[in-house]
Structure formats: structure tokens, C-alpha cells
Design a protein around this ligand. Structure first.
Ligand code: ZN
Ligand code: ZN
Length: 218
């Protein structure tokens, strides 16, 4: 099953230009089986997401992209935004209490306050990357992010390989073009957040790119 695990909508992400309806229509048009809505520091209620899923026929789940002191982290399986999770350590503790999975998004992007850019044209030194404290606190990293430069994604994939992690692919969609441009393909069916968490832990998935523009008839 093909999923976009990282999407933003106008409902809770001020930076997104996608309404939930646009997101879902596009997801269907590019052949996704499901998606996870991961707003910035806010999580849709299961009821709201169930209503959207019912209308669309897709599997739609609710996660969150948490802004922490060590960067953005995708959280799958937390009940809602919790106090103290703005610190990556607090987020890890909260995740462990409920068995949630944490995946660092765009792991090589610099924080926005220093430009939000890829660190240098030649990339990072792998030794430096491997020493980053956030890697002790997450379960995996995003390796293909449709909004990041190809060279950055390549090095993120290399980093995951060094760590022995699969790494996910996702659109990080704030606009139509990004929806499903990078995906995570699961070997087993995913119907619920519990399924997703289970399969992420089991590592039965791989990240992929897809040429969405050629598949969409408008
Ligand atoms: Zn982010
Ligand atoms: Zn994002």
C-alpha cells in the first residue's frame, strides 16, 4: 500500500495552501492508498479524520509534526499535542508511554532561524551527521522529502543506511504538487494507526519517488 506519511492542510498548518478536500482529491489522483495528516504541533481528532476518510475512500490517519528543540519530528501514535514535547527528549518519553513511533523529518535541513537550507553544497560529513543527538531519540528518519533538494535526500538516504534504518518517503505537502511525490510503500495492509505503527516498527516498507505530474489528468 502506498502512503504519503507527511502532509499539511489549511486547517492547522498556517503555511499550507491545501484544503483537506484538495489534499484528498490529489492523493486519489496520484494513486495513493492512504495518507497521514501531520499538521505542525496540532493533531486532528480521530472523528474529524474518519469523516474525511469516509468521503474519500482512502485510508486517512492522524499524526503530527512536532517542532522540537532538535528539529521537526513526525509522531505516529500520540493521542494529541502534549505538554513538554517541544523538547525532543520529552517527545521521546511521551512516545514511549504510548508506543508511538518518531521519525525525524527533513533530517539534513538547517533550522529555519539560520535559513532553513541544506548545509553546504557538498553536503555534510557523515561523521558529524551520525553524532547528532536527535538520532538517539527517533526511530527513523525521512529520507525522501518532496520539498528538499535531491542532493539532500540522497545524503539522508546514505545516513539511514549507516544507521541501518529504512527511512520513509513523503511529500511534506503544503501544495498540490508535493502530494505523493515521495511515498512510503508498505508490504502489509494498513487500516489503522496501530497497523501503521506496527509496520513501521517491523520495517516492512520502503521509500520511493513517483512522477506524479505525469499520472494526473486535470
Ligand atoms: Zn518540517
Ligand atoms: Zn512538514
Amino acid at each position: 500500500m502506498k502512503f504519503d506519511l507527511h502532509t499539511h492542510t489549511t486547517i492547522h498548518s498556517g503555511c499550507s495552501r491545501l484544503t483537506p478536500q484538495q489534499l484528498v482529491e490529489r492523493a486519489r489522483a496520484v494513486g495513493l492508498d492512504g495518507l497521514v495528516i501531520t499538521e505542525h504541533d496540532a493533531q486532528w481528532t480521530p472523528d474529524a479524520v474518519a469523516e474525511l476518510a469516509e468521503q474519500s475512500g482512502l485510508v486517512i490517519l492522524t499524526g503530527m509534526e512536532v517542532s522540537t528543540d532538535l528539529g521537526h519530528v513526525l509522531a505516529y501514535g500520540l493521542p494529541k499535542y502534549l505538554p513538554g514535547i517541544y523538547r525532543a527528549k520529552g517527545l521521546r518519553e511521551a512516545a514511549d508511554e504510548v508506543g508511538a513511533v518518531l521519525i525525524q523529518s527533513h533530517p539534513l535541513r538547517l533550522p529555519v532561524y539560520v535559513g532553513g537550507d541544506f548545509e553546504g553544497k557538498n553536503g555534510h560529513r557523515m561523521d558529524d551527521l551520525l553524532r547528532k543527538p536527535i538520532l538517539q531519540l527517533v526511530d527513523s528518519i525521512e529520507i525522501y522529502n518532496a520539498g528538499r533538494p535531491p542532493a539532500e535526500n540522497e545524503q539522508a538516504a546514505e545516513l539511514a543506511e549507516h544507521l541501518g534504518w529504512k527511512g520513509i518517503g513523503a511529500g511534506d505537502a503544503h501544495t498540490l504538487d508535493a502530494v505523493g511525490a515521495c511515498v512510503t510503500v508498505f508490504e502489509e495492509p494498513i487500516r489503522t494507526m496501530a497497523d501503521l505503527v506496527h509496520e513501521l516498527r517491523a520495517g516492512r516498507y520502503h521509500a520511493a519517488h513517483q512522477a506524479t505530474s505525469t499520472q494526473v489528468r486535470s
